[in-house]
Design a protein around this ligand. Structure first.
Ligand code: TYD
Ligand code: ZN
Length: 407
């Protein structure tokens, strides 16, 4: 029996994606024999509404000195994080004296740089040393530790309370959500604001984008579950701002209860989630069926193209692709290689199914007949960049919201 990480009620998995490797665990051939796998099952807690992984690998297996994820590689994401920083400055910093912002999971400093450039007091907390080093080398204050109540107390003693605590694509990674929420409550001023954004459950259910589920994402949040989880620690949801990033995300704005006015967006979204059935177990039973149908369609298409002798290459060795490749048991005969612009992934193999990851130059040199869009969340940016591929007869395959060859 497992218990909900938020409310401790007993939970039962409603589906398993099977044995899964570490999503960002790109590896060399000599590491194949010792590759780590865990059973990737998911559960929905009917009591507090949280969607979660039943088992999550140890954090040290996922976030280490060779962590392969650098935020600043995408131009679109750079613009997104500039807008996020502006949103914090506008919403929280206005009228405050010498405000202080703390970002959890600040990666290579893609968001904090804007606070630094504007001369604001800032601190990034980033456990992965290699990405934190990139931030530090650019003068962005960064500490390589995991955030918890103990660290919050030390930060308050050293820097004072924070006006804003922010994160992006980080909160959903943290299994001890109660420890972190308690730490945030400690770290923030009484009128401080907490803002975080993560892939949104409502979008995942609507689009069958099950590839949002992988080892790092222990939670897929909704306004309902965030409100419950943080309510336990004296916070209330004061606004919600939908984002198009990561295929559909939500930015949650929280503050200590009664300290700020609550936007009508909050009640509207809670109502929308009820209408969508996000609080009901049967919604997740249907989601499971949709995942199975998606798998069948994708494997069917790849088998057909393989039999026709077509060349298929994956575009973007995303963390998400690890779930798709392993759940669908896609093999190197289906996909010749995966093209990716991240140097640390190139020359390695994809986790679990061991498809070679090659530099983007290889894609350019010898464009395939079909390109399977693993980085579907960056479709707009990619289609704009890859007009020559299409003009030369290349076709895109997507699997979100449904498996299809894009016309
Ligand atoms: P991301 O979208 O952040 O997905 P995830 O969170 O699932 O890892 O990762 C994008 C990956 O795709 C990253 O490895 C870089 C790669 N990529 C390309 O190779 N080319 C591109 O044009 C873009 C936008 C991304
Ligand atoms: Zn619960």
């Amino acid at each position: 029996m497992n218990n909900c990480r938020v409310c401790s009620d007993p939970i039962k998995p409603f589906m398993s994606f099977g044995p899964m490797p570490i999503a960002n665990g790109f590896l060399k051939e000599e590491e194949f024999a010792t590759e780590y796998f865990f059973e990737m099952a998911v559960a929905f807690c009917e009591h507090c509404g949280s969607f979660q992984l039943v088992e999550q690998p140890n954090a040290k297996r996922m976030f280490h000195e060779n962590y392969a994820f650098f935020s600043s590689l995408s131009k679109y994401m750079q613009a997104h994080f500039k807008a996020y920083a502006d949103n914090v400055i506008e919403r929280v910093f206005k009228g405050r004296k010498d405000p202080f912002v703390v970002e959890l999971g600040s990666n290579d400093g893609i968001m904090l740089r804007h606070f630094k450039d504007a001369g604001y007091r800032h601190l990034g907390i980033e456990p992965s040393e290699n990405v934190a080093d990139v931030a530090r080398s650019q003068g962005i204050e960064t500490l390589s530790e995991f955030f918890n109540l103990d660290l919050a107390e030390r930060l308050v003693a050293k820097h004072g309370h924070a006006d804003a605590v922010i994160c992006a694509n980080v909160m959903c990674h943290i299994p001890d959500i109660n420890g972190v929420a308690a730490g945030m409550a400690k770290l923030l001023k009484s009128d401080g604001v907490l803002m975080f954004e993560d892939p949104y459950l409502g979008d995942m259910i609507n689009k069958t984008s099950y590839d949002q589920i992988y080892d790092e994402h222990v939670f897929i949040f909704s306004a309902t579950s965030v409100s419950w989880a943080f309510g336990q620690h004296g916070f209330e949801l004061i606004d919600v701002l939908p984002q198009i990033t990561h295929g559909g995300s939500m930015r949650y704005v929280l503050a200590k209860k009664g300290s700020h006015a609550v936007s009508s967006n909050v009640a509207a979204l809670l109502e929308k989630e009820r209408a969508q059935g996000l609080h009901q177990a049967k919604t997740y039973v249907q989601f499971k069926r949709n995942c199975e149908a998606s798998r069948e369609a994708l494997v069917g298409l790849l088998d057909k193209l393989h039999n026709e002798g077509k060349r298929v290459v994956g575009y973007g060795a995303t963390s998400k692709s690890t779930t798709v490749l392993n759940y669908c048991r896609i093999r190197p005969e289906h996909i010749e290689f995966i093209s990716d612009t991240t140097p640390i992934k190139q020359g390695k193999f994809s986790p679990g199914v061991h498809i070679p990851v090659k530099p983007y130059a290889d894609f350019m040199k010898n464009p395939p007949d079909y390109s399977l869009l693993f980085a579907w969340n960056h479709a707009a940016e990619i289609f704009e960049k890859e007009q020559a591929f299409k003009a030369g007869g290349g076709k895109w395959i997507t699997f979100v919201p449904k498996v299809e060859i894009i016309k």
